[in-house]
Write a protein that binds this ligand. Structure first.
Ligand SMILES: CC(C)(COP(=O)(O)OP(=O)(O)OC[C@H]1O[C@@H](n2cnc3c(N)ncnc32)[C@H](O)[C@@H]1OP(=O)(O)O)[C@@H](O)C(=O)NCCC(=O)NCCS
Length: 188
């Protein structure tokens, strides 16, 4: 059975250890003793669960004082959390790192719309790349997002990411001052 992503936003005080906080919440969610949760990092540092929980994907993201933790069953899942701050160089950064069509979209927006759209794009791209597991070095320009009637959707991507239309995205503000994105696709 497939289970859509479930998430929580936890306080992330200075000095806290994200993995410990994530482990405790995930263990509670999955009704497993925290010290026996089979959580490990793969060769690229991506957190994963081993058997008997290997059909559950997990991810987390931290920004300033908050930690977003997600899990889902029979899906490939990634998340990103960003603190909302001014990004006066949004267009310049998009021209340098994003897909050209994304940068063209941003260029046609007002400066305030541009900053919000840049953040939404950034979070969604990072969530997809974290689900994929290769991290940002895979290339932010290798996926092209576009605004749709229900927010951003993945219009095209490098074949290593599979079919663009298989990816689902959710962008939302989980707390005042923060923006988050979840990205997932079903796996067999
Ligand atoms: C993964 C990455 C996108 C995280 O970006 P970020 O904005 O700094 O951080 P976030 O708060 O959103 O996410 C951090 C969490 O992502 C997870 N993570 C780490 N590596 C990951 C990967 N390759 N894929 C998915 N998630 C990963 C971890 O849970 C990490 O939490 P931690 O601080 O407890 O380790 C970025 O660090 C990256 O691209 N890393 C490169 C990974 C890589 O190529 N490693 C090669 C080593 S051989």
């Amino acid at each position: 059975m497939r289970q859509l992503p479930l998430y929580t936003l936890l306080p992330y005080p200075p000095g806290a250890h994200a993995q410990t906080l994530a482990r405790d919440w995930l263990a509670q969610q999955l009704q497993y003793p925290a010290d026996q949760l089979p959580l490990y990092r793969d060769a690229r540092g991506r957190p994963r669960l081993a058997e008997p929980l290997a059909d559950i994907d997990i991810n987390w993201s931290h920004s300033v004082e908050k930690l977003l933790v997600v899990h889902g069953k029979n899906i490939q899942l990634g998340c990103d959390l960003e603190y909302i701050r001014p990004r006066p160089n949004a267009l310049k950064l998009a021209r340098r790192f994003f897909h050209p069509q994304e940068a063209d979209w941003l260029a046609n927006l007002s400066p305030s719309e541009q900053e919000a759209a840049f953040l939404h794009l950034w979070c969604a791209k990072e969530a997809i790349l974290k689900a994929h597991g290769h991290g940002l070095s895979f290339g932010l320009e290798k996926l092209c997002l576009s605004p749709g009637s229900n927010g951003l959707y993945l219009k095209a991507c490098h074949p290593d990411l599979g079919k663009a239309g298989d990816w689902q995205l959710s962008g939302f503000s989980p707390a005042p001052g923060y923006w988050a994105a979840l990205a997932w696709r079903e796996i067999d």
